[in-house]
Design a protein around this ligand. Structure first.
Ligand SMILES: NC(=O)c1ccc[n+]([C@@H]2O[C@H](COP(=O)([O-])OP(=O)(O)OC[C@H]3O[C@@H](n4cnc5c(N)ncnc54)[C@H](OP(=O)(O)O)[C@@H]3O)[C@@H](O)[C@H]2O)c1
Length: 269
């Protein structure tokens, strides 16, 4: 990826996060990244950090090796109409747009360039994204994986699992945040001030995920290690289950999934 020119069309929440992650992890220099947006006034901070910014999608895309589409689904048609004239077959087009298939994108452009669909999450800004990737282009997949591998973890999936990966990985950030917030509130009720309670909740959540990731173990194995017979942990855990903890999470995930699969074109995650 070194020395590749990357253009991000749509410098919103995710576009900015991707740009920051790419530079933080030394994949490219800020000067090799161009971000576009119709109103560039809010991009002064990026400009001062060495990124290129412009409101011209065609100018930015014409000189790029990799173009990442980061606009909202309902903004895509207009963008592809514009880009069609400047795209060429040596470029790679990556779309992170929710709910728009590779076939839909290919159907709107007249160039046979490789198209990859990627579903990262906002932790990409600190190089900790979970990014699911799909494409029929092996070469496109390889370049895209190389890019997102340094920005967290990647998984190559079939395209029909993209909606599910959006719920589990992208919406998942919100679900885990709510756990952290609830745990913090419990901590405050027990006597910690907010910052201390939140620090304990955050680091414990990170530690729990890291234990499973690094030990390649199963969550239940790690649970068994901390549940002493007749102890406080098992009593609390069982009460959470009596109140429907696992069930509420699965039902919430499935409600999001049912929603996303019913959307014709997904407005947001
Ligand atoms: N946020 C997430 O966690 C997440 C995760 C995975 C995938 N996604 C997907 O990623 C996409 C972007 O999400 P987001 O949260 O970053 O949305 P966002 O904050 O609304 O960003 C979209 C950006 O696109 C710009 N834009 C709109 N029309 C444009 C055009 N014609 N040319 C150039 N730029 C244009 C907008 O700025 P102007 O109005 O100034 O042009 C805006 O900055 C969505 O499709 C979303 O489904 C998001």
């Amino acid at each position: 990826m070194q020395n590749k020119k990357i253009t991000i069309i749509g410098a919103g929440n995710l576009g900015r996060s991707i740009a920051k992650g790419i530079v933080q992890k030394n994949v490219s220099q800020a000067s090799d990244i161009t971000l576009t947006k119709r109103d560039t006034a809010s991009l002064d901070d990026l400009l001062s950090q060495g990124y290129k910014v412009t409101s011209s999608n065609t100018e930015a895309a014409a000189k790029a090796d990799v173009i990442i589409l980061c606009v909202q689904p309902n903004q895509l048609t207009e963008v592809l109409d514009e880009l069609d004239d400047v795209l060429n077959e040596d470029q790679l087009l990556i779309s992170v747009i929710t709910g728009i298939s590779i076939a839909q994108i290919a159907g709107q452009i007249n160039k046979a360039l490789p198209i990859v669909r990627a579903m990262p999450n906002t932790a990409i800004a600190i190089g900790e994204s979970m990014t699911c990737i799909s494409s029929s282009s092996k070469e496109g997949l390889a370049v895209c994986k190389q890019l997102f591998d340094v920005l967290g973890k990647t998984l190559i999936i079939e395209e029909d699992l993209m909606q599910a990966s959006t719920v589990l990985g992208a919406s998942g950030i919100a679900f885990f945040m709510r756990y952290i917030r609830a745990a913090t509130q419990g901590g405050i009720q027990m006597g910690f001030d907010t910052d201390d309670a939140q620090l304990i909740a955050m680091q414990t959540a990170k530690g729990a995920a890291s234990l499973v990731l690094e030990n390649h173990s199963h969550p239940e194995v790690e649970i068994d290690k901390v549940t002493t017979p007749q102890g406080c942990t098992i009593e609390g855990l069982n009460e959470m289950e009596h109140q429907g903890f696992s069930s509420a999470l699965i039902r919430g995930i499935m409600t999001s999934y049912n929603r996303i699969t019913k959307m014709k074109s997904t407005k947001d995650t």
